[in-house]
Design a protein around this ligand. Structure first.
Ligand SMILES: [Zn+2]
Length: 257
């Protein structure tokens, strides 16, 4: 039997699951090991050893050991690095942070490190801490996450005739094709919604715009609705399912202004 190897890393809590009467299975997104699943013995019974560290989206410092790189980690110690108190005291921000975390969970395979994804979470949770909530923040997070995960939607030109996006043009987004088609190529069905070149260009900006400049971007009502429909439609197509935290976030944001 091989010996357990000990490691130290930092990671965001993605989710927890009760195990037996006293243990907790915790899934983290860690900087060095990517998605990491571990067991915290006694975490449900004794609050002393792991005092409130396993709240979703908390950033923690984790000490763990395991026998193999694909085995369940044994969490030896876990401490809070950032609890994001400013986010947690605001319902809307909490729901947005939970959506970010949920997406990171859905788009990351277990055991594959991706430091860019870790930085994306760090940057956007920090942005959410200090700035007012905006649709731009959510859409640009989605754009970046899709790009990092290899599902970058093709938005700079029509996927059929390759004509670059031009101002004033009308486009249709096809999740199956992974991108847009111009009005000349598209064969829209009755329920397909046309999107403007303005929406397409704004989303393209979101891929790599400096985070500090994002607060200067403001979406009109139309642009906001179009970009949400495109990106959420694409995300649920790629995942093959709806994202629950998106639904909750949308309901609360719509009815509790
Ligand atoms: Zn075309």
């Amino acid at each position: 039997m091989s010996a357990r190897e000990s490691h130290k890393t930092c990671g965001f809590v993605l989710r927890t699951l009760g195990f037996g009467e006293s243990d907790l299975i915790v899934t983290f997104y860690s900087r060095e090991f990517g998605k990491l699943k571990g067991i915290a013995k006694g975490a449900r019974r004794s609050k002393k050893r792991f005092a409130n560290v396993f709240e979703p989206f908390s950033l923690t410092s984790i000490m763990f050991s395991r026998k193999s790189s694909d085995g369940l980690a044994f969490i030896e110690a876990c401490d809070i690095l950032d609890h994001y108190a400013a986010i947690r005291s605001d319902l809307e921000k909490t729901l947005i942070a939970s959506y970010f975390i949920d997406l990171a969970d859905h788009f990351s395979p277990e055991g594959k490190a991706n430091e860019t994804l870790f930085s994306l979470l760090t940057d956007f949770l920090s942005l959410l801490t200090r700035e007012p909530v905006s649709d731009v923040m959510i859409r640009f997070f989605e754009m970046r996450l899709l790009k990092i995960s290899g599902f970058d939607p093709a938005l700079d030109a029509c996927v059929r005739c390759k004509t670059p996006v031009t101002n004033g043009g009308a486009y249709y987004f096809y999740p199956k094709a992974g991108g847009i088609q111009c009005a000349a190529c598209a064969r829209p069905e009755r329920y397909d919604q046309c999107i403007s070149a303005g929406t397409v260009r704004t989303l393209l900006l979101g891929k790599d715009m400096e985070i500090e400049k994002m607060k200067r971007v403001c979406l009109s009502e139309d642009l906001s609705v179009e970009s949400r429909n495109i990106l959420y439609g694409f995300i649920s197509y790629v995942l093959g399912k709806e994202v629950k935290s998106f639904k909750v976030m949308e309901q609360v944001r719509r009815y509790c202004p």
